[in-house]
Design a protein around this ligand. Structure first.
Ligand code: NDP
Ligand code: 8X3
Length: 252
């Protein structure tokens, strides 16, 4: 019998690539996101409704989330792998210039949405001795100018992942925090409010990670023997590394 993966944010980027990667191995898939046309197209691409199920809802809305999960039919209810991927950054300016609504949207999506889905699926994951893969970021681990609340939400995701592992001791559930660096996806268009020139500048000559690289990594994590847990995994493109600390000097 095939295993089932529940992938949030499957309408683009990492989530879509993860769905395509798991589909190649014959997994049943639950695909979520707000853009129904994209979910429906992906279901078709991956073999139709026997193989994949589209659940269209906003993860910030607990009522929508509960009702989407309650609607899961028998063939898609026994979830073995939850990929908590849906998330976003809005803006990259200094905190003092940021839009408070952007901050709240990031917190509602990256933290509240993620923990809601995790809590609602946890009993199933325990029953299945399953795996939770959470999309954190290098921003979980390293501060950078303009990272402010986005980095804070991703630090939460990493620490929540490690805390889950502690609480699930003895249950056979694996939990992994994936922490990618520079990766090419619509993420940057969302972050910059659709600024294609900024998107092109960011990735120019950088040979960034691609969604398929992250999908391959997540598939690897899921295919390890059940006694092996990858706690956290930070991944950068070779072109990316650390910069010196900044020092502000008073001018005389
Ligand atoms: P994309 O913008 O390509 O994909 C984001 C996905 O999240 C979309 O499918 C979107 O679906 C979904 N999503 C966003 N908000 C909501 C919401 N309120 N309800 C439901 N779904 C939502 O970005 P990536 O694939 O690059 O990013 C995926 C994850 O990886 C994010 O958590 C991001 O923070 C993280 N990450 C990204 C990196 C990068 O550089 N790209 C690096 C490190 C981590 P829809 O709009 O249809 O609702
Ligand atoms: C996305 C990677 O470096 O823009 O999480 O924060 S970064």
């Amino acid at each position: 019998m095939s295993q089932t993966a529940f992938i949030t944010g499957a309408t683009s980027g990492f989530g879509k690539a993860v769905a395509q990667r798991f589909a190649r191995e014959g997994w049943s898939l639950v695909l979520t996101g707000r853009r129904k046309d994209r979910l429906d197209a992906l279901v078709e691409e991956l073999g139709g409704q026997e193989r994949a199920l589209a659940l269209c809802f906003d993860i910030r809305d607990e009522t929508e989330t509960r009702s989407a999960l309650a609607s899961l039919p028998a063939g898609f209810r026994d979830i073995d792998v939850l990929v908590n991927n849906a998330g976003l950054a809005l803006g990259n300016g200094p905190a003092q210039d940021c839009d408070l609504d952007h901050w709240k949207t990031m917190i509602d999506t990256n933290i509240t949405g993620l923990v809601t889905i995790t809590r609602l699926l946890l009993d199933t994951l325990i029953a299945r001795r399953g795996l939770v893969v959470n999309l954190a970021s290098i921003a979980s681990n390293w501060p950078y100018p303009g990272g402010n609340v986005y980095g804070g939400t991703k630090a939460f995701v990493r620490q929540f992942s490690l805390g889950l592992r502690s609480d699930l001791s003895g249950k056979g559930v694996r939990v992994t925090s994936i922490e990618p660096g520079l990766s090419e996806s619509e993420f940057t268009l969302v972050r910059t409010g659709g600024d294609k020139a900024a998107y092109d500048r960011l990735y120019a000559g950088a040979n960034p990670l691609q969604p398929e690289d992250i999908a391959e990594t997540i598939h690897w994590v899921a295919s390890l023997p059940p006694h092996v847990n990858i706690n956290s995994l930070e991944i950068m493109p070779v072109s990316q590394s650390w910069a010196p600390f900044q020092i502000h000097r008073e001018t005389t």
